[in-house]
Design a protein around this ligand. Structure first.
Ligand SMILES: Cc1ncc(COP(=O)(O)O)c(C=O)c1O
Length: 373
């Protein structure tokens, strides 16, 4: 490259707005293939409990529908996602105009930022809340207001008092990632009742399918009462379709209409639409995912107790364990072929987040952890 071109590109990057330069990039879980390359190991010898994926794999119904749809991929998908939205509408009892589909639920979060935020606005999220909230907020030039945490989770009173005149969005994950902390529905409803009309509350239920029966609540029933509520869900976790990228948002038609204006055309691909629609009927797989997660969670908690390690009680498909020097322990675990997630970027440098795996994976992780301490 000649010097004139090099210097032009350098200046171009320097000139990018400070709010973009201030974004800390999202750090995903280390891919198995990358660790295999680094350690010269066979990929099959490595276990990854780092991205809250479903250890059972995809919903079999979803997989079959994805495979069957492949012969159609020369065509664009239905940009309105009519079939999937109709199935969601039937299952959830909401109109089609109350549903927006996303290329993963992250896409819905991004649409919220692009539609409701921008310079001269702010959004509130909790310390240790899901990393995409600050990223989506800062990307569009809005100010991110981080409210202090309580017992690692959301402190709704602190979040309420962080709301300003220019606040347009409050991000809440329930359960939260990476902490697994949970707010009761009564707490959330009081928060909604107390919300100024100029603020949209985004209630992210990515892990809702892992809640025990007694913790579940039909938040869709709130949509008619709270016009400034958006419920966000995903097929990436309990349905096992993370690689296809599909999620959705539910809100009043006025809110959905605005999100649709900033949605990319054909944002959900044809294979993902087919798989998600079929997976919605796969109750057997959902039940199995719940059971495997509940028993794996118990196994991990007992393992931590035996090792004398503290953990943060979690209602998701992952949990935080306190290991002290998490950087060192993580490096040791990697040497044992076990990938988990360090969470120093969430201001939790003493913890590792481990996703609940199958029984043998959890056992292997616990053995590797014991050897690493
Ligand atoms: C709280 C929360 N929300 C949203 C997402 C995004 O999931 P996806 O874009 O795969 O639907 C995740 C993924 O880890 C998450 O933990």
């Amino acid at each position: 490259m000649n010097t004139a071109v090099e210097s032009m590109q350098f200046d171009l990057c320097e000139a990018v707005a400070p709010h973009i330069r201030s974004i800390a990039p999202y750090v995903p879980g280390k891919p198995i293939t990358e660790l295999a390359r680094e350690l010269g190991l066979d990929a099959s010898a490595i276990i990854k409990l780092a991205s809250n994926e479903n250890p059972l794999g995809p919903s079999p119904r979803g997989l079959a529908a994805a495979q069957a749809s492949l012969k159609e991929i020369a065509l664009y998908p239905d940009g309105a996602g009519y079939a999937l939205k109709s199935k969601l509408s039937e299952k959830l009892g909401v109109g089609l105009e109350s549903i927006v589909l996303g290329n993963g639920s992250n896409d819905v979060l991004d649409m919220v930022a692009r539609a409701f935020l921008g310079p001269d606005t702010s959004a509130v999220y909790a310390r240790h809340a899901f990393a995409v909230y600050p990223i989506a907020t800062l990307t569009v030039g809005a100010k991110g207001i981080e409210a202090p945490a309580r017992n690692h989770g959301h402190d709704l009173a602190a979040m309420r008092s962080s709301i300003r005149e220019d606040t347009r969005v409050v991000w809440i994950a329930n359960p939260n990632n990476p902490t697994g902390t949970f707010l009761t529905w009564t707490e959330i409803e009081s928060f909604l009742q107390d919300m100024p009309r100029h603020v949209l509350v985004v209630l992210d239920e990515a892990y809702g399918e892992y809640l025990a029966q007694e913790d579940r609540f039909d938040t869709v029933s709130w949509l008619s009462r709270y016009p400034n509520l958006l419920v966000v869900r995903t097929f990436s976790k309990a349905y096992g379709l993370a690689g296809l990228r599909v999620g959705y948002g539910l809100a009043r038609p006025e809110v959905i209409d605005l999100l649709n204006r900033v949605r990319h055309p054909f944002n959900v691909n044809l294979v993902a639409l087919a798989a998600a629609e079929a997976a919605l009927d796969d109750q057997t797989f959902l039940d199995q995912s719940y059971v495997v997660n509940a028993s794996g969670m118990k196994q991990l908690v007992e393992g931590f107790e035996q090792l004398g390690l503290d953990h943060v009680p979690s209602k998701g498909n992952f949990l935080l364990v306190k290991v002290g020097d998490a950087r060192r322990i993580n490096a040791e675990l990697l040497r044992h072929g076990v990938i988990v997630r360090p969470v120093a970027n969430y201001s939790l440098p003493e913890f590792l987040r481990v996703s609940v795996g199958l029984k043998e994976q959890n056992a292997r992780f616990l053995d590797a952890l014991k050897a690493s301490l």
